[in-house]
Structure formats: structure tokens, C-alpha cells
Design a protein around this ligand. Structure first.
Ligand code: HEC
Length: 128
């Protein structure tokens, strides 16, 4: 775990991101980022259910760059081959700033350990 100080949340982006999350993401990923029950269990068609974005999931495991691409490009950002995937592509609906804002909002669900880890992995894959 990194000893470096946590970067403070950008409150303006957090406020912008909340309603964007509620309107575009909550239906699948849960109002509070809790995801789907049994999100690790593939459906009959082989697809994975929407994972949580809170500290119980693995969103905080990924760098800002990867999260940005996952939201902008949806399933196109995954190398899943023929496995069905149900994450929509939001690059056609959300601006660059809106995508950054929704990521900033999701950080509010992470504790200091998750945020420190995510900050560290982001060094090698920052926002585009
Ligand atoms: C129609 C349902 C649906 C909606 C709406 C949706 N997602 Fe997803 N999302 C998924 C699914 C399903 C996956 C898992 C895809 C896979 O691994 O095959 C996923 C994966 C992700 C991932 C990468 C996995 C991880 O580590 O957490 C991120 C980040 C993400 N979604 C963010 C968002 C954000 C932000 C929004 C709103 C702008 C959103 N999603 C809206 C279904 C959805």
C-alpha cells in the first residue's frame, strides 16, 4: 500500500457526477453502487452481471484510464472474444467531463485503502 497522501476529491466533479450516475448507471450497477447479487456468476448466455462499484467490487482495482475506456467504449474495451457482454458504450452519450465526473462520484464509495490503491495503479494508466 502506498504511503503517499490521498488526492482530495474534486467536489465540483462529485456533484456533477451524482445525477449522471443516477440517470445512466444505477439501473444496472445499483443506486449505491452495490451491483447485482451474484455478480461473479455468469448468466446462461455466458455474460457477467453488472459488478458493484463500491468497495465490495473491483472497480477501485482499476486505473482511471481503464475505467474511462470501460465507460466510453463499453464492451468494446473488454477483450472478451465471443463471450457476450452487456456494458453499454457511453461515449456516444456522455462528454469527456461527464465521464470523469461519474468516476469521481464513484470514488466516494471507496475507503482510504481502496483510494490509495487506485491512485497508485493510475500512475501507469491515467486519464487519456
Ligand atoms: C445495461 C446495464 C448497464 C448499464 C446501464 C451500465 N453498465 Fe457498467 N457494466 C455492465 C456490465 C454487465 C458490466 C460487466 C461487463 C463484463 O465484464 O462483461 C459492466 C462493467 C462496468 C465497468 C468495468 C468493471 C468494473 O471493474 O467495475 C465499469 C467501470 C462500468 N461498468 C461503469 C459504468 C458506468 C459509470 C455506467 C453509467 C455511465 C454504467 N457502467 C452503466 C452493465 C451496465
Amino acid at each position: 500500500m502506498s504511503a503517499s497522501a490521498l488526492v482530495a476529491l474534486d467536489e465540483r466533479l462529485v456533484e456533477l457526477g451524482g445525477p449522471i450516475y443516477a440517470a445512466n448507471c444505477a439501473s444496472c450497477h445499483g443506486t449505491n453502487g452495490e451491483g447485482t447479487a451474484d455478480w461473479r456468476v455468469r448468466a446462461e448466455d455466458g455474460s457477467l452481471p453488472p459488478p458493484p462499484h463500491d468497495a465490495t467490487g473491483h472497480t477501485w482495482d482499476h486505473a482511471d484510464g481503464l475505467l474511462y475506456r470501460a465507460i466510453r467504449d463499453g464492451c468494446d474495451s473488454y477483450s472478451v472474444g465471443t463471450t457476450p457482454c452487456n456494458m453499454p458504450r457511453f461515449g456516444i452519450r456522455l462528454t469527456d467531463e461527464q465521464i470523469r465526473a461519474v468516476i469521481e462520484f464513484m470514488r466516494t464509495w471507496w475507503g482510504p485503502d481502496e483510494r490509495a490503491f487506485q491512485q497508485e495503479v493510475t500512475k501507469s494508466d491515467p486519464f487519456p
